[in-house]
Write a protein that binds this ligand. Sequence first.
Ligand SMILES: *Cc1c(COP(=O)(O)O)cnc(C)c1O
Length: 384
Amino acid sequence: MGFHTATLCLHSEEETVNCDHSGAVSFPIYQTATFSHRNLGENTGYDYSRIQNPTREKLENVVASLEKGCEAIAFSSGTTAIGALIELFHAGDEVLTYFDLYGGTIRMFDTFGKNHGVKFRYVDFIHEDIETYIGEQTKAIFIETPTNPMMHILDIRGLHTIAKKHRLLLIVDNTFLSPYFQNPLELGADIVIHSGTKYLCGHNDAIAGFLIVKEEELAGRLRRIYQIAGTALAPFDSWLILRGIKTLPLRMEQAQKNAFAIVDWLKENPEVKQVYYPGIEDSDGYEISLAQSSGFGGMVSFELRTKEAAVTVLEHLKLILFAESLGGVDSLMTYPITQTHAEVPKELLDQNGINDRLLRMSVGIENIEDLIADLEQAFSYIKG
Ligand SMILES: *Cc1c(COP(=O)(O)O)cnc(C)c1O
């Protein structure tokens, strides 16, 4: 016990993987589908890579220690990790969720959730009294914070108090801040989700997902669902995420530093109507952020005055790439209305303020002057 996060990104507390790997500093990629047995009842601890694999196990140990969980399970994507959660519920169960969520999560809830008879109810956790929505059928609360793409901050400790009182699971998608800036299990969450594709990987070169759990019993249930579903992360991709995590602290710090500078630039720009970033001191969630996170991250959303202005900026960016996804070293600009949130029902988009003037930037680790110069030249094409 006792390593700091930057050290945990390189070494798990207990190196539990039971295989000799010749002292390799970079953990080997066990690129094998199956493992041989010497005799009946004698094995190396591994049988078949869908069930377990040393490279993936190493990664799971690192992620569990970063998120302060008893166990982490590595999935082939963030989406498969979220899909596995639906198997915890039964027909007739209800899950309360905040309306600002990654679009693919909403699609999962509204299709697979519906097919299973599990109802996901979108509630305004900030302005409404959640307890009026809780009944016999309510089993869990599911949130992201900061939310995608509007960057709202939800109070994890406050939700924990309500979840505990009503015996609900509290599930937090922690993709946006990464375990470097926020550890929801320590604030009362039962399950943390990551799209490992984002900050944990950090290089826009692999797709992965994680569930990290606080208690053994729940971890066992999820591990069983995972084995039945066969949604394991491949050995090579496990290695890419392990490699990415080594620089997580450096990348998070630099992305956040750049994000603050970009927020300052955007706030001064007359073409920009509104900037959404939790590190803005007079933003609604600022005090909660300070109380539950050690940073604000590298995600910035902003609204321009017209749709034409938003499209003009997208079309003229050169260094900043027009692409979905986030959390990598390269800066990306996303147009939520046609990309991440294209399939979200219109009422939810309207309730949330996601419109055709909104852009979302995943700030990378490039030189800040170059990033601002790129924004400046792209904004210069906006017609007055
Ligand atoms: C990207 C993302 C997901 C989905 O993860 P994939 O790895 O793309 O399947 C889930 N939640 C959030 C907040 C995301 O940004």
